[in-house]
Design a protein around this ligand. Structure first.
Ligand code: CU
Length: 155
């Protein structure tokens, strides 16, 4: 009797624990997740940044799926795609700007991407891991209040 009570108390503690730590963490075993993923099944999703919107405003992604997310600025001002919690919730393969004059970055996580005005784009390659709904904003001046906010939902 005493034993089963202890197990119940423990499992309650374990169940409540991941939600408390996941927001502050990033995906530490990203290399293994990226290596195991089937990149032939990669899906490409493009978000266009303009004055003052994200199109689409709300993204729905599947957990465990490899993606190429293209952040493209079709506007006349520089814009940010800041999704710090989402960027900590995926396994990163790389971030690149297009060839022939672009470059590539590999990093465990980061908080924001800026795409420059008049057609600048940044390509994000990752595997979705954590489910949830994450906020996206443009942090420049009053762009968020003017409409540059949205969500990324991973199901
Ligand atoms: Cu903006």
């Amino acid at each position: 009797m005493r034993m089963s009570f202890l197990v119940l108390a423990l499992s309650g503690a374990i169940l409540s624990f991941p939600a408390a730590v996941s927001a502050a963490d990033y995906i530490t075993d990203a290399a293994a997740i990226v290596k195991a993923a089937n990149w032939d099944a990669m899906e490409t999703v493009t978000v266009e940044l303009d004055e003052h919107s994200f199109a689409p405003q709300d993204l729905k992604l599947k957990a465990g799926q490899p993606y190429k997310l293209v952040i493209k600025n079709v506007g006349e001002k520089d814009h940010y795609y800041t999704a710090s919690e989402f960027f900590k919730s995926v396994a990163w393969r790389k971030v690149q700007t297009p060839k022939p004059h672009g470059g590539e970055i590999k990093a465990p996580y980061f908080s924001a991407v800026e795409a420059y005005k008049d057609g600048g784009s940044v390509e994000l390659f990752f595997v979705t891991v954590n489910k949830g709904q994450f906020e996206v904003v443009c942090t420049i001046e009053d762009h968020k209040d003017q409409g540059m906010h949205g969500t990324i939902t991973v199901e």
